[in-house]
Design a binder for this molecule. Structure first.
Ligand SMILES: Cc1cc2nc3c(=O)[nH]c(=O)nc-3n(C[C@H](O)[C@H](O)[C@H](O)COP(=O)(O)OP(=O)(O)OC[C@H]3O[C@@H](n4cnc5c(N)ncnc54)[C@H](O)[C@@H]3O)c2cc1C
Length: 464
């Protein structure tokens, strides 16, 4: 018989089927996709299906002073959704209905557990486009995308999740249901609280409903250009030229290590002699799309590309993109992998990939780098010979050097995955003490009991 009054009250509030205390089942809620950290066993996992249930759970957590861990699809790569010991997990994956598509105001209202691809596919049937497309779009949720400000391949032209948030219904850390933001195209009334919530990684409450902006569907992709470069300088130069003159709908970059990993798995025949390869697409309509691709080709040729390949075949383009999306998995096949996520100004991408190669050589750790060449967000991935304590220590130093190289180029410690558990120590390097203090004060003001996702994003003395 249960002797946990808190758990009994949760069962009374939302029904016992949605309250899990079996350790074997709770174990599957213990960690996201981050390879370097794992969560602790929570006290209880809950899987609510309505905002009212989430509200009741948060109120009870406040009454019993139990830390709350919001979870979506657990695809995160920063440990943000990992539980701490004794916490209540509120996993909203079952809240997965698309509630409304508003064709006039170009909005879609969804529950937080809706999978990104499901929203994309549903609105596409009505002629609309929901752009944010993380590599995980087939299995990550809109709530998680909002909480991490997820990016993806089409950010170069269409922006990140923050650019598509119109209105959020949230349960605040003290248990109040609130509506942040406005469904109008414009609003200058007061602080932009919905935007404050974006990227807050579950530390400021739980999204229970989200109204996301849509666009009219763009023209089909006109074609895909793949260009190889024998030097990183030449690759960096072409990215700068493309960024200053054109608006491709996709502009990705992969280094030699990544290309070799993809080829050896998928046998796509991408040029392995090259130091780096870029993949670009245009979705401009008609002849102008072809012209944009031709200009990309001529910029790459002028910058010294050693091989340029262009295809208009959508199936071939899909295969290339799929390969790019699978870059992480391809690298993971080579050995234990640690994925980093840093951002630099587009003008510094060539320098950053060169610096990563230098750091990799210095620490004698193989690093494969791929990422979003159009927006400067790179994913250097460390491939370790083993997980021995010495190797892990070395990997930590390599990881830290990559982060500080990005900062030294005016970049950011995270372009899209968030801070979670793995980047907290670098927050003070990116921000000054005043900015960190503002963040702490905002958190304390909105979450006076300090219950929401404690010890994530910023260190929390109580849990350190
Ligand atoms: C192979 C692979 C490729 C990836 N590619 C990309 C990429 O290209 N771009 C990118 O940005 N990310 C990428 N990711 C990372 C991940 O998919 C994103 O961070 C995603 O946004 C997380 O969504 P989720 O639903 O899985 O959230 P979770 O992992 O469950 O949670 C992530 C964070 O959001 C919080 N959270 C979740 N739901 C809510 C909610 N309803 N309310 C409040 N807080 C909430 C959690 O507390 C946690 O801090 C990739 C991951 C994998 C495994």
């Amino acid at each position: 018989m249960s002797c946990d009054v808190f758990v009994d009250r949760l069962k009374d509030a939302i029904g016992q089927d949605q309250v899990i205390t079996d350790p074997d089942i709770m174990n599957s809620y213990r960690t996201d996709r981050t390879s370097t950290v794992e969560g602790s066993m929570p006290r209880v996992v809950t899987t609510p299906t309505t905002a009212t249930q989430v509200e009741s759970l948060v109120k009870l957590a406040n009454e019993f002073k139990v830390p709350v861990i919001p979870q979506g699809a657990l695809s995160g790569l920063a440990g943000g959704a990992d539980p701490i010991s004794g916490s209540i997990v509120i996993n909203v994956a079952k809240m997965n209905r698309i509630l409304d598509i508003d064709p006039v105001n170009l909005l879609a209202t969804v529950e937080p557990g809706v999978i990104n691809k499901s929203l994309k596919d549903t609105v596409a049937k009505e002629g609309f486009f929901y752009p944010p497309d993380p590599g995980s779009y087939t299995f990550c949720s809109i709530g998680g995308n909002i909480a991490t400000n997820a990016g993806g391949l089409c950010c170069v032209k269409y922006g990140v999740t923050a650019d598509y948030v119109s209105q959020l219904e949230i349960i605040s850390p003290t248990g109040g249901l609130m509506v942040l933001g406005r469904k109008t195209k414009k609003s200058s009334a007061g602080y932009r609280l919905a935007q404050l919530f974006v990227g807050s990684e579950g530390t400021l409450g739980i999204v229970t409903k989200a109204t996301m902006r849509l666009r009219h569907a763009p023209a089909p992709v006109a074609g895909t250009v793949v260009a190889s470069f024998s030097t990183l300088d030449a690759m960096g130069l072409s990215l700068k030229e493309i960024a200053s003159k054109l608006s491709p709908s996709l502009l990705e970059v992969m280094d030699k290590v990544t290309v070799m990993a993809i080829n050896s798995w998928k046998n796509l025949g991408i040029d392995e002699e090259a130091e780096a390869v870029i993949v670009a697409q245009s979705d401009v309509k008609g002849a102008e799309g072809s012209e944009e691709l031709r200009l990309i080709e001529s910029i790459c040729a002028a910058a010294g590309s050693t091989e340029i390949y262009r295809t208009e075949d959508p199936e071939e383009a899909d295969a290339l993109l799929e390969a790019r999306r699978l870059a992480l998995t391809a690298l993971e096949r080579l050995g234990p992998a640690i994925l980093d996520d840093v951002g630099v100004p587009v003008s510094r991408i060539g320098d950053m990939i060169s610096e990563i190669a230098r750091i990799s050589e210095m620490h004698e750790i193989k690093v494969g780098t791929f990422g979003h060449g159009g927006d400067g967000n790179l994913h250097p991935t460390l491939i370790l010979p083993s997980r021995s304590p010495d190797v892990l220590k070395l990997a930590d130093r390599c990881f830290a050097d990559i982060v500080s190289a990005a900062l030294s180029m005016g970049g950011t410690i995270s372009g899209e995955h968030g801070v979670g558990l793995i980047k907290r120590e670098y927050m003070k390097d990116q921000y000054g003490p005043l900015e960190v203090d503002w963040m702490r004060r905002i958190k304390e003001a909105l979450d006076p009991n300090g219950l929401f996702n404690p010890n994530k994003v910023l260190f929390d003395e109580q849990y350190s």
